[in-house]
Design a protein around this ligand. Structure first.
Ligand code: SAM
Length: 272
């Protein structure tokens, strides 16, 4: 089974190999067959489509396995981007692999990577957070948990929740923390804007169209701590009294979220 990435918007954002595979396989399992038919028609591909979406993924996976057992070749696609990335596909992939069939990636567009590569963040890694919870309290808790991440984080958000999500980010994080708002990538109204969170509200008020369409958000890593806080030093001193230095620094990093290297340096100084 081939797992094939399809465009985010611009129908030309599909690889030559993806087109070749989609034209050659016996069946394409698609999240929304009508939506995908437009892409296939645009490229003159007439392969048979079957539905695989979040409500039928188990039974569709069983159907795919039966086809593979009969020697048919199958491609899996989603509405946009890479299947299985905040999209149906992971369960089908697991079932097909369990059944002993090869699962072959045909890589291409992914909204998270598209936004990250124009953000200017993430040289030394990133965290993919996908969709945050829809309920406000749970969303705030999720942002709190991500607040101290040492790498930038990438979020997907549904159009009807983008305003609330941006407001929550601005309420929980430092106003100077930078965010990239990637809207309608590869489409007519594509917009990539980078600004401190403290300016987001004014930027949205300037033009309400800025809230329309599909969004990826990239939030910069937590600011580098200048030195350790007194509370962090207190926790570390307690641990150093009881444990080897490395364990003390590791546990202190888990408890306080301060960088482990800085904690180890301070632990060495304490011991000395
Ligand atoms: N599997 C897809 C991928 O690899 O990119 C993501 C699917 S997820 C259900 C849909 C979300 O991806 C949207 O809510 C939005 O956050 C993001 N997205 C998809 N297309 C986009 C685009 N053209 N511009 C900005 N964000 C997009």
């Amino acid at each position: 089974m081939y797992v094939v990435a399809t465009p985010l918007g611009n129908l030309k954002d599909i690889t030559l190999r993806a087109l070749e595979v989609l034209a050659r396989v016996d069946v394409i399992a698609a999240e929304d067959t009508r939506h995908s038919k437009r892409l296939l028609d645009a490229h003159g591909i007439q392969t048979r489509l079957v539905a695989l979406h979040k409500h039928n993924e188990q039974s569709a996976a069983a159907q795919i396995i039966r086809m593979l057992e009969q020697g048919e070749q199958v491609a899996l696609i989603s509405d946009a981007g890479t299947p299985g990335i905040s999209d149906p596909g992971t369960r089908a992939v697991a079932r097909v692999r369990e059944a002993g069939f090869a699962v072959v990636p045909v890589p291409g567009a992914c909204a998270a990577i598209a936004a990250l590569c124009v953000s200017g963040f993430g040289e030394s890694g990133f965290h993919f957070a996908g969709f945050l919870p829809a309920r406000p309290a749970a969303r705030t808790a999720a942002i709190m948990a991500l607040r101290t991440a040492q790498v930038p984080w990438v979020l997907y958000e549904a159009p009807h929740r983008i305003a609330a999500c941006l407001a929550d980010l601005a309420a929980v994080l430092e106003p100077e923390r930078e965010i990239v708002i990637a809207r309608e990538m590869t489409k007519m109204f594509e917009q990539i804007a980078r600004m401190p969170l403290g300016q987001v509200e004014a930027w949205l008020v300037e033009d309400p169209n800025r809230l329309r369409g599909e969004f990826v958000l990239v939030v910069d890593a937590a600011p580098v701590q200048e030195g350790l806080s007194p509370e962090t030093k207190r926790v570390l001193a307690l641990l150093v009294a009881e444990l080897p230095l490395k364990s003390a620094a590791r546990l202190a990093a888990e408890i306080t979220q301060a960088p482990r290297n800085a904690l180890y340096e301070h632990a060495l100084a304490l011991k000395a």
